[in-house]
Design a binder for this molecule. Sequence first.
Ligand SMILES: *Cc1c(COP(=O)(O)O)cnc(C)c1O
Length: 384
Amino acid sequence: MMIPLLIEKLRSVLPEDRSFIALHEPNFQGHEWDYVKECLDTGWVSSVGKYVDLFEVRLAEFTGVSHAVAVVNGTAALHISLLLLGVEAGDEVLMPTLTFIATANAVSYCGAIPHFVDSEERALGLDPHKLDAYLAEIADVRADGCYNKQTGRRIKAVVPMHTFGHPVDLDPLVDLCERYKLELVEDAAESLGSYYKGKHTGGFGRIAALSFNGNKVITTGGGGAILTNDPELAKRAKHLTTTAKVPHKWEYHHDAIGYNYRLPNLNAALGCAQLEQLPGFLQQKRALAKRYQEALQDLPGLTFFTEPDFATSNYWLNAVVLDEAQAAMRDEILAVTNEVGIMTRPFWTGMHKLPMFAHCPKMDLRTAESLERRTFNIPSSSNL
Ligand SMILES: *Cc1c(COP(=O)(O)O)cnc(C)c1O
């Protein structure tokens, strides 16, 4: 494959007047200044305020999930989601090996053990059919849950992650979770604005996590949210993330070991302004993906990754997948593109290869290992 030709094609899509194009930049074109200034003017910058409440209401409206609880980041949202569904120390939690570190860290914060699952080429996320065949071999379903015959540990939950905003095939996964008595926790950190068969991601299990980190589709600087259709879970999520304080005008009474995971009003103000622009961002991102797809379609040796047929994706990060025969070129492509000011990034390193997770249980991971070698991300900001 000709790297200069690839760069020429990328340049044909990207703005000409910039010497450096980032992978994903925040875009502040709306009421950000007004809302943040109001927090400063009124003094409501911290743990309570109208923007926190408003952000939660608007998030629930947008996603179609009945409750949203704003928290300090996406990792915290995952941590609390797992705790609320009963993930305990010594449990195993199934997750894709190809994910951002936060997914595996959140499981570890519960004292639980990540159990790594292979990916599916069509969606880049975990492969529900391969997982099903694997569980048929290793799982022992008892009255009180699913057990791993090889380790003796309980397998409590599965955490699919919608990679770069592309939903995993959720129907077979939901079905598998019922048969194996597994809780489904969606890591929807990357998929705000992505739909599976017409329904927004984050509403397929009992609970899900969103992230509003600086590089996500919308940002609060740092932030996250827990989504759930269960009012009781929402109440407990709010309680646990706000130090488990029992409401009282002046007394400090806490009824559990809680967490200081609340999203400051200042950040929620930013979030409200960003959420107003989300439909526009999504249009721009899908249009950018379409332009990439057209520009790259005739290049031999690579495929611009497009949404699976069951999904409408937010195209959070655009991705290029090299053919197996071209995989050896990836590092040179990364070096040359970054050199000329077009920022590119490889796929995450598989979690099973990291020192702290190398001992964790895993299935055959050949598709994930292949995708990891062949995939890279290209500039994806909504303002391109
Ligand atoms: C961004 C992200 C998170 C959460 O990250 P925070 O920085 O803690 O908000 C979790 N999982 C995935 C897959 C992510 O991309």
